[in-house]
Design a protein around this ligand. Sequence first.
Ligand code: USQ
Length: 397
Amino acid sequence: MRICILGGDGYLGWPTAMHFSARGHEVVAVDSMVKRYWEAVVDVAPLEPTPLLQGRAAHWYKKTGKVVEVVIGDIATDPGLLHRLFRDYQPDVIVHYAEQPSAPYSMMNQNAAIHTQQNNIIGNLNVMFAMHDYCPQAHLIKLGTMGEYGTPNIDIEEGWIEIEHKGRKDRMLYPKKAHSLYHLSKVADSNNLEFGCRIWNLAVTDLNQGVVYGIDTLEMGKDPELRTSFHYDDIFGTVLNRFVVQAAVGSPLTVYGNGGQTRGYLNIQDTLQCVELAALHPAKAGEFRVFNQFTEQFSIMDLAKKVQKVSLLYDLDVTISHLPNPREEMEQHYYHAIHTGLPELGLQPHHLTDEVIAHMLDRAICAKETVRSVGLLPRVTWKHGMDDKGITGVVRE
Ligand code: USQ
């Protein structure tokens, strides 16, 4: 297949590029590098140095003889880039990760919120229009999020729900109670894409992904030149990745509130498997297909206790600290999300075992001299944005 990966420099984008390339597909990776700019704005960096996309693609070629083409450009501000790319390259599959991925970033201040929604929603519209004009037969695999649904007091279905109201029935998009202005940008994307499927016959798979953890994938192995960007900070680090690094440096695990918040989680290797399964079994023309993409569900306290237990093997004395919750979210709630679509296509989950945590902890301990204290504690609250000691400056005018 000819596969175009938008957001190819990111935590998931680069591993996805290697994954498809290793399996003999033609891959082009597109990125504006703006995430690296956002990292600078909030004064954070990945745990280990992450070479630029071009450098990683060059190293991948040297090592495997396989080409990942690189295109540098911004799909949100330069729609012409997508027109040229889709016209000339004629992708079979477009994997769209090219969005601002952080909830706390979107809640930092007004500029960051607006920038998040502009970047994500306009970029996604640009993809839709470029597909319509230049490659209407392509299959779009769009990264959505489980956070679009929030934590409703009823079962979460896979994107759609049958509703009976006053004696009549219809199949509707599942109602959304998103966790943040970032998650709401993805709700808008889902609505726009469903409309694109209805009016233009586009074929779209929306992957409502849970919280991803993990530091490496098969293709990157131990090669530092092929690494992905692993974050542990308050803005771009997801919770388990944060806990592992906090444990490695002897900092208390930052459980927000009582830690009863429950979410779906998956290993980064399963993200790659899910995207590949979606690509190999495409949505039909006119179909807006939604998969809930996670393998296990845990509360925050479950995760903290798992990390604490594994840390004992390393003689690390890890404490759990209950911080006042900086977010507005339920800490005790019902959570039951259906996620049968991807297993039905053949997903073989990598579960969160002690060995998986130990492997992450090993890596974090090796890199612990580089860990910075900035962002170990949360700096953004949902009510007041970035605190006074944090970054209050203007974000990308
Ligand atoms: N949390 C803590 N302590 C921390 C960090 C987070 O208790 O130090 C809690 C949060 O309050 C929240 C949960 O952990 O209840 C998850 O937070 P997170 O920062 O790991 O994940 P989230 O903000 O939900 O966003 C991440 C990704 C995002 C993706 C989403 C999937 O950054 O791109 O969309 O996971 S989901 O959560 O299913 O919406």
